[in-house]
Design a protein around this ligand. Structure first.
Ligand code: NAD
Length: 425
C-alpha cells in the first residue's frame, strides 16, 4: 500500500521503517527540515536500536521524506504521529495535530479514491470525534471519501522496532467497517490479536494502559520504600509478586520513578480529564504523587550518607529517562539535577546517548559539567548517583576508584559492582 506518515518522531519513524520493511511504500512528512534531510540521506535523526540498519535498507527506496503535504493525495492511508504534549496541569496541547489535520484536509479536497486517516498520536477520548474529523472535513470540503481510524501505539523507546513488529494487540477504533478492514490490511503479516472498537474507546484504551503501567511502577516504589526500612530487596520481593499471572512481571521495577515522553504526560492528562468531568481520580493522583516524591528520596539518602551537599561534587551517571535511549523528556534526572543545583552541589554528569539532548534541555550552567566518559564524571566525586540503567554501566568497576569517597547510590538497578546501595535495595 502507499502510506503517508505525519511526524518523524519515535513513533512516526518506527512506524515508517516497519511499514517499509513490511513492503509498503512510505512517505514520511515532517515540518522539521533537518529530520527530512537526514532521512533522505539515509541517516537516522533519532537514536534508537535498529534504526540505522533500517534506514540503509529503505531510505530512498520504499521510504522517502518531505516537508510537503501535497504528496498525501497520492497515498491511500495517512497515519498521524505528531507529538501531543500536555501542560504541567495536564491540559493537552492539540495544536500540532489540529495543524496537521488542516494540511491533510486541504490536500485531500480533490481526492476521489477512498483515503483512510489513522490517528496514532495519543489523544484524549473524544478528540477524533470532536476535533480531528471536523477539522479534516471542514478543510477538505466535506469530501465523503475519507475514513477515520484511531490506532494507538504502545511501543517503548529503546525497543521501538521490536515492539511495533510484535505488539501485544492492535487496537482499531472506527465508525465504519470499511475503514477498519483497510487498517487490518496495513498490518497484514503481523500476528497479534486485533481489537475492533469505536474511536473514543480506542483513545481511552491508550490512556488507561499508560495509567495502569504508571500505577504498577508507583506501587513497586511504595513497596520499595517499606522494603528499604525493613532491609529487604524490593527486586526480590517484586519477582515473587510478578510471577503471579494475574499481575505479570512487567513494569514492576522500583527506582526513581517513571519518566519519558509518555507515562507522566498521559497520566497528567487523564487526571485533568477526570477532574473536568467532575470526578476526583484519587488513585491516579496518588500514582503521580508517589512518582514525584522519588527524586526527593534519592537526595535524602545521599544527604544521609555525605551530609550537607553544598560544594560537594556529585557524579550523575545516566540522564536519559531510561538506558538505551537519548530521550530526556520528563526524565527523573531533571528534578534530581535541579535539587542538587539548588543545594549548591557541583554535578559531573555522563550519559552514553543523551548528553546532547540534555544540553539543549537544561543548557550551560556553571555548576553542571557534561562529561565525555563515566571515568571523567567519577573523578574526585564525593558521591555517585546512577539514574538510568544504561547497559554499559554494568561493566563499570575500577572507574569508581577515581572517586574521593565511594558513596554510590543506584536509582535504577544496573551496577554489577558490589560496593553500592540502591534507593530500595
Ligand atoms: P516526537 O516529539 O518524538 O515527534 C513528533 C514529530 O512530529 C516531530 O518530528 C515534529 O517535528 C513533528 N511534527 C509536529 N507537528 C507537525 C506537523 N504539523 N506536521 C508534520 N510534522 C509535525 O513524538 P513521539 O514521541 O513520536 O510521539 C508521537 C505521539 O505518539 C504522541 O502523541 C505520543 O504521546 C505518542 N506515543 C509516543 C510513544 C513514545 O514512546 N515516544 C509511544 C506511544 C505513543
Amino acid at each position: 500500500m502507499k502510506i503517508s506518515v505525519i511526524g518523524a518522531g519515535y513513533v512516526g519513524l518506527s512506524s515508517s521503517l516497519c511499514l517499509a520493511e513490511m513492503g509498503h511504500e512510505v512517505i514520511q512528512i515532517d515540518i522539521d527540515l533537518q529530520k527530512v534531510d537526514a532521512i533522505n540521506s539515509g541517516r537516522s535523526p533519532l537514536v534508537e536500536p535498529g534504526f540505522d540498519d533500517m534506514f540503509c535498507r529503505h531510505s530512498g527506496h520504499r521510504l522517502k521524506a518531505t516537508a510537503d503535504y501535497d504528496s498525501i493525495s497520492s497515498t491511500e492511508v495517512c497515519i498521524i504521529c505528531v507529538n501531543t504534549p500536555s501542560s504541567q496541569k495536564g491540559e493537552p496541547d492539540l495544536s500540532r495535530i489540529e495543524s496537521a489535520c488542516r494540511s491533510i484536509g486541504y490536500n485531500l479536497r480533490n481526492s476521489h479514491g477512498f483515503h483512510l486517516l489513522v490517528v496514532k498520536s495519543t489523544v484524549p477520548p473524544g478528540t477524533t470525534q470532536c476535533l480531528i474529523r471536523p477539522t479534516v472535513l471542514e478543510t477538505c470540503g466535506d469530501n465523503p471519501n475519507i475514513g477515520f481510524a484511531v490506532n494507538p501505539e504502545f511501543l517503548r523507546e529503546g525497543q521501538a522496532l521490536k515492539d511495533f513488529m510484535n505488539p501485544d494487540r492492535i487496537v482499531i477504533g472506527c465508525w465504519d467497517p470499511k475503514a477498519a478492514d483497510m487498517l487490518v490490511k496495513v498490518y497484514n503479516g503481523i500476528k497479534s490479536p486485533i481489537i475492533r472498537t469505536d474511536p473514543m474507546t480506542a483513545e481511552m484504551i491508550k490512556y488507561a494502559s499508560n495509567a495502569f503501567l504508571a500505577t504498577k511502577i508507583s506501587f513497586s516504589n511504595e513497596i520499595g520504600n517499606i522494603c528499604k526500612i525493613l532491609g529487604l530487596d524490593v527486586y526480590e520481593v517484586m519477582r515473587g509478586v510478578g510471577l503471579d499471572h494475574r499481575i505479570s512481571p512487567y513494569a514492576l521495577d522500583a527506582g526513581i520513578g517513571f519518566g519519558g515522553s509518555c507515562l507522566p504526560k498521559d497520566l497528567r492528562s487523564l487526571i485533568y480529564l477526570a477532574e473536568n468531568l467532575g470526578e476526583n481520580p484519587r488513585l491516579l493522583k496518588s500514582v503521580e504523587e508517589v512518582n514525584n516524591l522519588q527524586s526527593d528520596m534519592i537526595i535524602k539518602l545521599l544527604e544521609k550518607r555525605i551530609g550537607d551537599l553544598k560544594e560537594k561534587r556529585i557524579a550523575i551517571l545516566g540522564i536519559a529517562f531510561k538506558g538505551g535511549t537519548d530521550e530526556v523528556r520528563d526524565s527523573r534526572a531533571i528534578p534530581v539535577i535541579k535539587e542538587l543545583l539548588r543545594r549548591n552541589a557541583t554535578i559531573a554528569s555522563y550519559d552514553p546517548l543523551a548528553l546532547n539532548n540534555m544540553k539543549i534541555f537544561i543548557g550551560n550552567i556553571d555548576q553542571l559539567e557534561y562529561c565525555s566518559s563515566a571515568a571523567e564524571a567519577l573523578q574526585d566525586a564525593d558521591a555517585c548517583l546512577v539514574l538510568a540503567d544504561c547497559p554499559i554501566f554494568a561493566d563499570l568497576d575500577g572507574e569508581f576508584d577515581l572517586m574521593r569517597s565511594k558513596i554510590i547510590i543506584e536509582g535504577r538497578r544496573i551496577l554489577e559492582f558490589s560496593e553500592k546501595e540502591g534507593i530500595y535495595w
